[in-house]
Design a protein around this ligand. Structure first.
Ligand code: MV4
Length: 500
Protein backbone atom coordinates (compact mmCIF):
# COMPACT_ATOMS: atom_id res chain seq x y z
CA UNK A 1 0.00 0.00 0.00
CA UNK A 2 1.06 3.59 -0.53
CA UNK A 3 2.62 5.50 2.35
CA UNK A 4 1.32 8.86 1.22
CA UNK A 5 -1.11 10.06 -1.43
CA UNK A 6 -2.27 13.43 -2.68
CA UNK A 7 -5.97 14.20 -2.94
CA UNK A 8 -6.51 16.30 -6.06
CA UNK A 9 -10.00 17.45 -5.22
CA UNK A 10 -12.11 19.39 -2.73
CA UNK A 11 -15.46 19.24 -0.93
CA UNK A 12 -17.09 16.09 0.32
CA UNK A 13 -15.17 13.73 -1.96
CA UNK A 14 -11.81 15.00 -0.70
CA UNK A 15 -12.96 14.18 2.82
CA UNK A 16 -14.25 10.80 1.69
CA UNK A 17 -10.84 9.91 0.26
CA UNK A 18 -8.97 11.27 3.29
CA UNK A 19 -11.08 9.05 5.55
CA UNK A 20 -10.36 5.94 3.50
CA UNK A 21 -6.66 6.73 3.60
CA UNK A 22 -6.56 7.11 7.38
CA UNK A 23 -8.41 3.81 7.74
CA UNK A 24 -5.72 2.13 5.67
CA UNK A 25 -2.78 3.88 7.34
CA UNK A 26 -2.04 5.98 4.27
CA UNK A 27 -0.91 9.55 4.95
CA UNK A 28 -2.65 12.30 2.99
CA UNK A 29 -1.79 15.55 1.31
CA UNK A 30 -4.72 17.86 0.69
CA UNK A 31 -4.41 20.51 -1.99
CA UNK A 32 -6.66 23.53 -1.78
CA UNK A 33 -7.39 26.78 -3.54
CA UNK A 34 -7.36 30.12 -1.78
CA UNK A 35 -11.17 29.89 -1.56
CA UNK A 36 -10.91 26.60 0.36
CA UNK A 37 -8.45 27.74 3.06
CA UNK A 38 -10.98 26.93 5.77
CA UNK A 39 -12.21 23.66 4.31
CA UNK A 40 -12.60 20.57 6.45
CA UNK A 41 -10.14 18.46 4.46
CA UNK A 42 -7.35 20.97 5.09
CA UNK A 43 -7.73 20.13 8.78
CA UNK A 44 -8.31 16.43 8.38
CA UNK A 45 -5.41 15.65 6.04
CA UNK A 46 -1.89 15.16 7.34
CA UNK A 47 -0.56 17.97 5.17
CA UNK A 48 -2.13 20.66 3.04
CA UNK A 49 -0.72 22.65 0.14
CA UNK A 50 -2.28 25.75 -1.38
CA UNK A 51 -2.17 25.33 -5.15
CA UNK A 52 -3.65 28.55 -6.47
CA UNK A 53 -6.48 31.02 -6.73
CA UNK A 54 -10.17 30.05 -6.57
CA UNK A 55 -10.65 29.58 -10.33
CA UNK A 56 -10.51 25.82 -10.91
CA UNK A 57 -8.35 26.23 -14.03
CA UNK A 58 -5.64 27.66 -11.83
CA UNK A 59 -6.03 25.26 -8.92
CA UNK A 60 -7.98 21.98 -9.03
CA UNK A 61 -7.57 21.71 -12.81
CA UNK A 62 -3.96 22.87 -12.75
CA UNK A 63 -1.96 19.70 -13.44
CA UNK A 64 1.43 21.39 -13.01
CA UNK A 65 0.56 22.80 -9.58
CA UNK A 66 -0.78 19.46 -8.40
CA UNK A 67 2.24 17.48 -9.61
CA UNK A 68 4.53 20.04 -7.98
CA UNK A 69 2.65 19.69 -4.66
CA UNK A 70 3.04 15.90 -4.89
CA UNK A 71 6.77 16.22 -5.59
CA UNK A 72 7.34 18.60 -2.70
CA UNK A 73 5.46 16.43 -0.21
CA UNK A 74 6.72 13.07 -1.45
CA UNK A 75 3.28 11.68 -2.31
CA UNK A 76 3.39 8.45 -4.32
CA UNK A 77 -0.06 8.57 -5.86
CA UNK A 78 -2.85 10.99 -6.76
CA UNK A 79 -6.54 10.40 -6.11
CA UNK A 80 -8.50 12.66 -8.49
CA UNK A 81 -11.98 12.22 -6.98
CA UNK A 82 -14.72 13.15 -9.49
CA UNK A 83 -14.93 16.13 -11.84
CA UNK A 84 -11.85 18.34 -12.31
CA UNK A 85 -8.97 16.18 -13.65
CA UNK A 86 -10.54 12.82 -12.82
CA UNK A 87 -11.19 11.77 -16.43
CA UNK A 88 -8.35 13.65 -18.06
CA UNK A 89 -6.12 11.13 -19.84
CA UNK A 90 -3.41 13.78 -20.27
CA UNK A 91 -3.31 14.32 -16.53
CA UNK A 92 -3.05 10.56 -15.91
CA UNK A 93 -0.11 10.51 -18.29
CA UNK A 94 1.55 13.52 -16.67
CA UNK A 95 1.26 11.73 -13.33
CA UNK A 96 2.95 8.64 -14.76
CA UNK A 97 5.70 10.75 -16.35
CA UNK A 98 6.40 12.22 -12.94
CA UNK A 99 6.53 8.90 -11.16
CA UNK A 100 3.09 9.27 -9.61
CA UNK A 101 0.41 6.59 -9.62
CA UNK A 102 -2.87 8.00 -10.94
CA UNK A 103 -5.65 6.29 -8.99
CA UNK A 104 -7.87 5.31 -11.90
CA UNK A 105 -7.67 3.51 -15.22
CA UNK A 106 -4.66 3.79 -17.53
CA UNK A 107 -4.37 6.82 -19.84
CA UNK A 108 -4.97 4.53 -22.83
CA UNK A 109 -8.23 3.20 -21.42
CA UNK A 110 -9.37 6.68 -20.39
CA UNK A 111 -8.65 7.93 -23.90
CA UNK A 112 -10.53 5.05 -25.54
CA UNK A 113 -13.59 5.25 -23.28
CA UNK A 114 -13.54 9.04 -23.10
CA UNK A 115 -14.17 9.04 -26.84
CA UNK A 116 -17.82 8.09 -26.63
CA UNK A 117 -17.99 6.90 -30.23
CA UNK A 118 -14.97 4.68 -29.72
CA UNK A 119 -16.44 3.37 -26.47
CA UNK A 120 -19.61 2.49 -28.37
CA UNK A 121 -17.67 0.54 -31.00
CA UNK A 122 -15.60 -1.23 -28.36
CA UNK A 123 -18.66 -2.25 -26.36
CA UNK A 124 -20.37 -3.52 -29.48
CA UNK A 125 -17.38 -5.79 -30.03
CA UNK A 126 -17.74 -6.95 -26.42
CA UNK A 127 -21.33 -7.93 -27.23
CA UNK A 128 -23.16 -5.22 -25.30
CA UNK A 129 -26.54 -4.13 -26.69
CA UNK A 130 -26.49 -0.53 -27.99
CA UNK A 131 -29.17 1.90 -29.10
CA UNK A 132 -29.42 1.71 -32.89
CA UNK A 133 -27.02 4.21 -34.43
CA UNK A 134 -23.79 4.91 -36.26
CA UNK A 135 -20.82 2.63 -35.79
CA UNK A 136 -18.40 5.53 -35.69
CA UNK A 137 -18.42 9.30 -35.94
CA UNK A 138 -20.27 10.65 -38.98
CA UNK A 139 -18.25 13.21 -40.89
CA UNK A 140 -20.70 14.75 -43.38
CA UNK A 141 -24.24 16.07 -43.16
CA UNK A 142 -25.33 13.96 -46.11
CA UNK A 143 -23.98 10.75 -44.60
CA UNK A 144 -25.45 11.64 -41.20
CA UNK A 145 -28.87 12.21 -42.74
CA UNK A 146 -28.72 8.77 -44.36
CA UNK A 147 -27.87 7.18 -41.03
CA UNK A 148 -30.70 9.07 -39.33
CA UNK A 149 -33.19 7.91 -41.98
CA UNK A 150 -31.96 4.37 -41.47
CA UNK A 151 -32.26 4.27 -37.68
CA UNK A 152 -35.48 6.29 -37.65
CA UNK A 153 -36.57 9.39 -35.75
CA UNK A 154 -36.22 10.69 -33.10
CA UNK A 155 -32.43 10.58 -33.24
CA UNK A 156 -29.88 12.07 -30.90
CA UNK A 157 -26.65 13.64 -32.14
CA UNK A 158 -23.89 13.19 -29.56
CA UNK A 159 -20.37 14.57 -29.42
CA UNK A 160 -17.59 11.99 -29.33
CA UNK A 161 -15.80 14.20 -26.82
CA UNK A 162 -18.96 14.82 -24.77
CA UNK A 163 -20.56 12.63 -22.14
CA UNK A 164 -22.63 13.19 -19.04
CA UNK A 165 -25.28 14.86 -21.14
CA UNK A 166 -23.01 17.58 -22.49
CA UNK A 167 -23.31 18.30 -26.18
CA UNK A 168 -26.35 16.35 -27.25
CA UNK A 169 -29.06 17.37 -29.71
CA UNK A 170 -32.36 15.54 -30.08
CA UNK A 171 -33.84 15.70 -33.58
CA UNK A 172 -37.50 14.80 -33.96
CA UNK A 173 -37.90 14.81 -37.72
CA UNK A 174 -35.88 14.77 -40.94
CA UNK A 175 -36.60 18.39 -41.80
CA UNK A 176 -34.79 19.62 -38.67
CA UNK A 177 -31.81 17.37 -39.17
CA UNK A 178 -29.42 19.43 -41.32
CA UNK A 179 -29.28 22.56 -39.14
CA UNK A 180 -29.19 20.49 -35.94
CA UNK A 181 -26.22 18.52 -37.25
CA UNK A 182 -24.27 21.65 -38.21
CA UNK A 183 -25.07 23.38 -34.95
CA UNK A 184 -23.97 20.42 -32.87
CA UNK A 185 -20.64 20.18 -34.68
CA UNK A 186 -19.93 23.88 -34.29
CA UNK A 187 -20.81 23.77 -30.59
CA UNK A 188 -18.69 20.63 -30.12
CA UNK A 189 -15.70 22.32 -31.73
CA UNK A 190 -16.14 25.37 -29.51
CA UNK A 191 -16.58 23.45 -26.28
CA UNK A 192 -14.44 20.35 -26.69
CA UNK A 193 -12.05 21.39 -29.47
CA UNK A 194 -13.29 18.27 -31.28
CA UNK A 195 -16.25 18.44 -33.67
CA UNK A 196 -16.76 14.73 -34.22
CA UNK A 197 -20.33 13.52 -33.62
CA UNK A 198 -22.17 10.21 -33.78
CA UNK A 199 -25.82 9.27 -33.97
CA UNK A 200 -28.16 7.15 -31.92
CA UNK A 201 -31.84 6.50 -31.94
CA UNK A 202 -33.28 8.70 -29.17
CA UNK A 203 -34.89 6.47 -26.58
CA UNK A 204 -37.82 8.33 -25.06
CA UNK A 205 -38.68 8.04 -21.37
CA UNK A 206 -35.93 5.61 -20.65
CA UNK A 207 -34.61 4.86 -17.20
CA UNK A 208 -30.99 5.74 -16.57
CA UNK A 209 -29.44 2.70 -14.89
CA UNK A 210 -25.75 2.28 -14.19
CA UNK A 211 -23.54 -0.57 -13.03
CA UNK A 212 -20.58 -0.25 -10.67
CA UNK A 213 -17.55 -2.34 -11.56
CA UNK A 214 -14.16 -2.93 -9.95
CA UNK A 215 -11.27 -4.40 -11.93
CA UNK A 216 -7.65 -5.01 -11.00
CA UNK A 217 -4.58 -5.00 -13.21
CA UNK A 218 -4.54 -8.80 -13.50
CA UNK A 219 -7.72 -9.39 -15.47
CA UNK A 220 -9.98 -9.86 -12.45
CA UNK A 221 -13.23 -7.94 -12.11
CA UNK A 222 -16.51 -7.83 -10.25
CA UNK A 223 -19.71 -5.87 -10.60
CA UNK A 224 -21.44 -4.47 -7.54
CA UNK A 225 -24.97 -4.18 -8.87
CA UNK A 226 -27.03 -1.35 -10.29
CA UNK A 227 -28.11 2.19 -9.43
CA UNK A 228 -31.03 4.08 -10.92
CA UNK A 229 -30.10 7.70 -11.62
CA UNK A 230 -33.19 8.79 -13.55
CA UNK A 231 -34.03 11.63 -11.16
CA UNK A 232 -32.04 14.35 -12.90
CA UNK A 233 -32.44 17.97 -13.81
CA UNK A 234 -30.32 19.15 -16.72
CA UNK A 235 -28.05 16.15 -16.25
CA UNK A 236 -27.51 16.90 -12.59
CA UNK A 237 -28.66 13.95 -10.54
CA UNK A 238 -30.79 14.71 -7.50
CA UNK A 239 -31.72 11.28 -6.15
CA UNK A 240 -30.11 7.91 -6.80
CA UNK A 241 -30.99 4.46 -5.53
CA UNK A 242 -29.75 0.93 -5.75
CA UNK A 243 -30.57 -1.64 -6.87
CA UNK A 244 -32.53 -0.09 -9.76
CA UNK A 245 -36.22 -0.58 -8.78
CA UNK A 246 -39.00 -2.32 -10.68
CA UNK A 247 -36.69 -4.47 -12.79
CA UNK A 248 -36.60 -8.26 -12.76
CA UNK A 249 -33.66 -10.09 -11.25
CA UNK A 250 -32.93 -11.43 -14.73
CA UNK A 251 -32.64 -7.94 -16.20
CA UNK A 252 -30.47 -6.73 -13.32
CA UNK A 253 -28.14 -9.72 -13.70
CA UNK A 254 -27.89 -9.31 -17.46
CA UNK A 255 -27.16 -5.60 -17.13
CA UNK A 256 -24.47 -6.12 -14.52
CA UNK A 257 -22.96 -9.04 -16.39
CA UNK A 258 -22.66 -7.14 -19.64
CA UNK A 259 -21.07 -4.17 -17.87
CA UNK A 260 -18.43 -6.43 -16.37
CA UNK A 261 -17.80 -8.09 -19.73
CA UNK A 262 -17.35 -4.65 -21.26
CA UNK A 263 -14.96 -3.54 -18.54
CA UNK A 264 -12.79 -6.63 -18.90
CA UNK A 265 -12.76 -6.26 -22.69
CA UNK A 266 -11.62 -2.64 -22.38
CA UNK A 267 -8.80 -3.51 -19.98
CA UNK A 268 -10.45 -1.31 -17.38
CA UNK A 269 -8.75 -0.98 -13.98
CA UNK A 270 -10.10 0.54 -10.80
CA UNK A 271 -13.66 1.63 -10.03
CA UNK A 272 -15.80 2.42 -13.05
CA UNK A 273 -19.41 2.95 -14.00
CA UNK A 274 -21.22 1.65 -17.07
CA UNK A 275 -24.31 3.66 -18.01
CA UNK A 276 -27.33 2.12 -19.69
CA UNK A 277 -30.77 3.18 -20.79
CA UNK A 278 -33.60 0.81 -19.93
CA UNK A 279 -37.03 0.95 -21.60
CA UNK A 280 -40.44 -0.10 -20.29
CA UNK A 281 -39.97 -3.60 -21.70
CA UNK A 282 -36.72 -3.84 -19.68
CA UNK A 283 -34.61 -3.82 -22.83
CA UNK A 284 -31.31 -2.18 -22.01
CA UNK A 285 -28.62 -0.55 -24.10
CA UNK A 286 -25.16 0.73 -23.27
CA UNK A 287 -24.48 4.47 -23.60
CA UNK A 288 -21.22 5.39 -21.91
CA UNK A 289 -18.56 4.65 -19.29
CA UNK A 290 -17.47 6.92 -16.45
CA UNK A 291 -13.79 6.40 -15.63
CA UNK A 292 -13.93 7.67 -12.05
CA UNK A 293 -15.43 7.21 -8.61
CA UNK A 294 -18.89 8.77 -8.82
CA UNK A 295 -20.81 11.09 -6.56
CA UNK A 296 -23.39 8.35 -5.95
CA UNK A 297 -20.88 5.60 -5.05
CA UNK A 298 -22.16 5.40 -1.43
CA UNK A 299 -25.39 3.83 -2.71
CA UNK A 300 -23.37 0.87 -3.90
CA UNK A 301 -21.30 0.79 -0.72
CA UNK A 302 -24.46 0.51 1.36
CA UNK A 303 -25.98 -2.38 -0.63
CA UNK A 304 -22.73 -4.29 -1.13
CA UNK A 305 -20.75 -3.60 2.05
CA UNK A 306 -17.71 -2.87 -0.13
CA UNK A 307 -15.69 0.30 0.50
CA UNK A 308 -15.05 1.46 -3.05
CA UNK A 309 -12.32 3.93 -2.13
CA UNK A 310 -10.44 1.25 -0.19
CA UNK A 311 -10.67 -0.94 -3.26
CA UNK A 312 -9.48 1.86 -5.55
CA UNK A 313 -6.41 2.32 -3.37
CA UNK A 314 -5.60 -1.40 -3.26
CA UNK A 315 -6.02 -1.79 -7.02
CA UNK A 316 -3.83 1.24 -7.74
CA UNK A 317 -1.19 -0.14 -5.37
CA UNK A 318 -1.10 -3.34 -7.42
CA UNK A 319 -2.92 -5.61 -4.98
CA UNK A 320 -4.96 -8.29 -6.76
CA UNK A 321 -8.72 -7.93 -6.30
CA UNK A 322 -9.61 -9.52 -2.99
CA UNK A 323 -13.20 -10.03 -4.00
CA UNK A 324 -14.69 -12.62 -6.31
CA UNK A 325 -18.12 -12.24 -7.86
CA UNK A 326 -19.53 -14.96 -5.62
CA UNK A 327 -18.37 -12.95 -2.58
CA UNK A 328 -20.50 -9.97 -3.65
CA UNK A 329 -23.91 -10.00 -2.01
CA UNK A 330 -26.26 -7.18 -2.80
CA UNK A 331 -28.63 -6.73 0.08
CA UNK A 332 -31.45 -4.29 0.84
CA UNK A 333 -32.00 -0.89 -0.75
CA UNK A 334 -30.00 2.32 -0.47
CA UNK A 335 -31.15 5.80 -1.48
CA UNK A 336 -29.08 8.95 -1.84
CA UNK A 337 -30.34 12.52 -1.89
CA UNK A 338 -28.03 15.32 -2.99
CA UNK A 339 -28.41 18.41 -0.88
CA UNK A 340 -27.26 21.34 -2.98
CA UNK A 341 -27.01 24.95 -1.90
CA UNK A 342 -29.43 26.10 -4.58
CA UNK A 343 -32.89 27.59 -4.77
CA UNK A 344 -35.34 25.20 -6.45
CA UNK A 345 -37.80 28.10 -6.74
CA UNK A 346 -35.28 30.14 -8.74
CA UNK A 347 -34.31 27.63 -11.37
CA UNK A 348 -31.90 25.91 -8.97
CA UNK A 349 -29.62 28.95 -8.95
CA UNK A 350 -26.72 28.61 -6.49
CA UNK A 351 -27.26 30.49 -3.22
CA UNK A 352 -23.81 30.84 -1.69
CA UNK A 353 -23.48 32.17 1.84
CA UNK A 354 -22.31 31.38 5.34
CA UNK A 355 -24.05 28.55 7.22
CA UNK A 356 -25.31 29.89 10.52
CA UNK A 357 -26.79 26.48 11.35
CA UNK A 358 -25.72 23.12 10.05
CA UNK A 359 -27.17 20.03 11.72
CA UNK A 360 -26.99 16.99 9.46
CA UNK A 361 -29.20 13.97 10.10
CA UNK A 362 -27.98 10.99 12.05
CA UNK A 363 -29.58 7.80 13.31
CA UNK A 364 -29.73 4.20 12.16
CA UNK A 365 -28.44 3.27 8.69
CA UNK A 366 -28.01 6.94 7.85
CA UNK A 367 -24.81 8.21 6.28
CA UNK A 368 -24.08 11.83 5.48
CA UNK A 369 -21.09 12.67 3.29
CA UNK A 370 -20.50 16.38 3.65
CA UNK A 371 -17.81 19.01 3.98
CA UNK A 372 -20.25 21.38 5.67
CA UNK A 373 -20.01 22.59 9.27
CA UNK A 374 -21.59 25.42 11.26
CA UNK A 375 -19.97 28.66 10.11
CA UNK A 376 -18.79 27.19 6.79
CA UNK A 377 -18.79 29.71 3.97
CA UNK A 378 -20.27 28.19 0.79
CA UNK A 379 -18.51 30.00 -2.01
CA UNK A 380 -19.61 30.70 -5.57
CA UNK A 381 -16.67 29.04 -7.30
CA UNK A 382 -17.47 25.35 -7.43
CA UNK A 383 -20.48 23.05 -7.73
CA UNK A 384 -23.11 23.56 -5.08
CA UNK A 385 -23.17 20.04 -3.61
CA UNK A 386 -23.10 20.43 0.17
CA UNK A 387 -24.11 17.00 1.43
CA UNK A 388 -25.21 13.57 0.34
CA UNK A 389 -27.73 11.90 2.59
CA UNK A 390 -27.64 8.14 2.12
CA UNK A 391 -29.85 5.65 3.90
CA UNK A 392 -30.14 1.90 3.82
CA UNK A 393 -33.01 -0.42 4.73
CA UNK A 394 -33.89 -4.04 3.99
CA UNK A 395 -36.69 -2.92 1.68
CA UNK A 396 -37.39 0.05 -0.57
CA UNK A 397 -40.43 1.41 1.31
CA UNK A 398 -38.49 1.39 4.55
CA UNK A 399 -35.54 3.10 2.88
CA UNK A 400 -37.81 5.87 1.55
CA UNK A 401 -39.38 6.35 4.97
CA UNK A 402 -35.93 6.53 6.49
CA UNK A 403 -34.88 9.13 3.91
CA UNK A 404 -37.92 11.29 4.70
CA UNK A 405 -37.00 11.10 8.36
CA UNK A 406 -33.39 12.02 7.61
CA UNK A 407 -34.32 15.02 5.45
CA UNK A 408 -36.74 16.11 8.17
CA UNK A 409 -33.80 16.25 10.60
CA UNK A 410 -31.48 18.17 8.30
CA UNK A 411 -31.16 21.75 9.50
CA UNK A 412 -29.29 24.11 7.17
CA UNK A 413 -29.61 27.86 7.55
CA UNK A 414 -27.73 30.95 6.54
CA UNK A 415 -28.44 34.40 5.15
CA UNK A 416 -29.57 33.93 1.55
CA UNK A 417 -28.88 30.20 1.70
CA UNK A 418 -31.46 27.82 0.23
CA UNK A 419 -31.17 24.10 -0.34
CA UNK A 420 -32.70 21.45 -2.56
CA UNK A 421 -34.23 19.72 0.49
CA UNK A 422 -37.83 20.88 -0.21
CA UNK A 423 -37.57 19.66 -3.79
CA UNK A 424 -36.09 16.33 -2.71
CA UNK A 425 -39.08 15.87 -0.43
CA UNK A 426 -41.40 16.42 -3.38
CA UNK A 427 -39.59 13.74 -5.34
CA UNK A 428 -39.93 11.30 -2.44
CA UNK A 429 -43.64 12.17 -2.25
CA UNK A 430 -44.33 11.52 -5.92
CA UNK A 431 -46.62 8.56 -6.54
CA UNK A 432 -44.64 7.34 -9.55
CA UNK A 433 -41.39 7.56 -7.64
CA UNK A 434 -42.93 5.70 -4.69
CA UNK A 435 -43.85 2.83 -6.96
CA UNK A 436 -40.38 2.72 -8.46
CA UNK A 437 -41.95 3.49 -11.82
CA UNK A 438 -40.20 6.59 -13.05
CA UNK A 439 -37.91 7.70 -15.84
CA UNK A 440 -35.76 10.67 -16.75
CA UNK A 441 -38.97 12.70 -17.28
CA UNK A 442 -39.84 12.76 -13.56
CA UNK A 443 -38.16 16.03 -12.61
CA UNK A 444 -39.60 17.96 -15.56
CA UNK A 445 -43.04 16.69 -14.64
CA UNK A 446 -42.59 17.89 -11.05
CA UNK A 447 -41.41 21.23 -12.36
CA UNK A 448 -44.59 21.64 -14.35
CA UNK A 449 -43.37 20.48 -17.73
CA UNK A 450 -45.14 17.72 -19.64
CA UNK A 451 -42.28 15.26 -19.23
CA UNK A 452 -40.45 16.77 -22.19
CA UNK A 453 -37.32 15.12 -23.35
CA UNK A 454 -34.69 17.78 -24.00
CA UNK A 455 -35.86 20.06 -26.78
CA UNK A 456 -33.35 20.36 -29.61
CA UNK A 457 -32.23 23.87 -28.74
CA UNK A 458 -31.65 23.19 -25.09
CA UNK A 459 -29.91 19.88 -25.63
CA UNK A 460 -27.87 21.39 -28.40
CA UNK A 461 -26.36 24.01 -26.17
CA UNK A 462 -23.17 22.05 -25.94
CA UNK A 463 -21.64 24.24 -23.32
CA UNK A 464 -20.51 23.55 -19.77
CA UNK A 465 -23.33 23.45 -17.21
CA UNK A 466 -22.68 26.84 -15.68
CA UNK A 467 -23.22 28.76 -18.87
CA UNK A 468 -25.73 26.41 -20.47
CA UNK A 469 -28.79 28.31 -19.33
CA UNK A 470 -27.45 31.64 -20.53
CA UNK A 471 -26.69 30.27 -23.97
CA UNK A 472 -30.28 29.25 -24.57
CA UNK A 473 -32.78 31.64 -26.12
CA UNK A 474 -35.36 32.48 -23.47
CA UNK A 475 -38.28 31.24 -25.54
CA UNK A 476 -36.73 27.84 -26.05
CA UNK A 477 -35.47 27.28 -22.56
CA UNK A 478 -37.67 25.08 -20.44
CA UNK A 479 -37.85 27.15 -17.30
CA UNK A 480 -36.89 25.20 -14.24
CA UNK A 481 -40.01 26.41 -12.49
CA UNK A 482 -42.57 27.92 -14.86
CA UNK A 483 -44.80 30.57 -13.32
CA UNK A 484 -47.75 28.19 -13.22
CA UNK A 485 -45.89 25.47 -11.43
CA UNK A 486 -44.21 27.89 -9.06
CA UNK A 487 -47.44 29.43 -7.91
CA UNK A 488 -48.87 25.97 -7.39
CA UNK A 489 -46.11 25.22 -4.93
CA UNK A 490 -46.29 26.06 -1.30
CA UNK A 491 -43.81 28.86 -0.67
CA UNK A 492 -41.41 26.70 1.23
CA UNK A 493 -38.40 28.03 2.99
CA UNK A 494 -35.31 25.95 2.56
CA UNK A 495 -35.78 24.41 5.92
CA UNK A 496 -38.36 21.73 6.58
CA UNK A 497 -39.13 23.10 10.05
CA UNK A 498 -40.24 26.37 8.52
CA UNK A 499 -42.38 24.75 5.89
CA UNK A 500 -44.40 22.68 8.29
C1 MV4 B 1 -29.61 9.14 -24.43
C2 MV4 B 1 -30.96 9.28 -24.07
C3 MV4 B 1 -31.89 8.74 -24.94
N1 MV4 B 1 -31.51 8.09 -26.05
N2 MV4 B 1 -29.27 8.47 -25.55
C4 MV4 B 1 -27.84 11.77 -20.85
C5 MV4 B 1 -26.57 11.64 -20.10
C6 MV4 B 1 -25.67 10.88 -21.00
N3 MV4 B 1 -24.90 9.96 -20.24
C7 MV4 B 1 -26.55 10.20 -21.97
N4 MV4 B 1 -27.87 10.72 -21.78
C8 MV4 B 1 -28.91 10.26 -22.49
N5 MV4 B 1 -28.62 9.61 -23.65
C9 MV4 B 1 -30.22 7.96 -26.34
N6 MV4 B 1 -29.85 7.29 -27.43
C10 MV4 B 1 -31.27 9.92 -22.88
C11 MV4 B 1 -30.24 10.42 -22.08
C12 MV4 B 1 -30.61 10.98 -20.82
C13 MV4 B 1 -31.33 12.17 -20.69
C14 MV4 B 1 -31.68 12.91 -21.77
C15 MV4 B 1 -32.38 14.07 -21.62
C16 MV4 B 1 -32.75 14.51 -20.35
C17 MV4 B 1 -32.39 13.80 -19.26
C18 MV4 B 1 -31.69 12.62 -19.41
C19 MV4 B 1 -31.34 11.91 -18.29
C20 MV4 B 1 -30.65 10.75 -18.42
C21 MV4 B 1 -30.30 10.29 -19.68
Amino acid sequence: MFEKILIANRGEIALRVARACRELGVRTVAVYSVADRDSAVVRLADEAVCIGPPEARQSYRNAAAIVEAARRTGAQAVHPGYGFLSEDADFAEICADNGLVFIGPSPEVMLALGDKARARALMREAGLPLPPGSLATVETAARARDVADEIGYPVIIKCAAGGGGRGMTVVWSADEFGPAYERTRIAAQAVFGDDRVYLERYLVQARHVEVQVLCDGYGNGVHLGTRDCSVQRRHQKLVEEGPAPALSANTLDALAGSALAGALRAGYTGAGTFEFLVDEAERFSFIEVNCRIQVEHPVTEMISGVDLVHEQLHIAAGVPLRLRQEDVRISGVAVECRVNVEDPDRGFAPTPGRLSRFVPPSGPFTRVDTHGYPGYLVGPYYDSLLAKVVVWAPERDLALGRMERALHEFDVEGPGVRTTIPFLRRVLDDAGFRKGRYSTGLVDRLLGGAEPPPDPVRAGSAVPEASAAAAVPAAAAVPAAPAVARSALPTTANHPRRSR
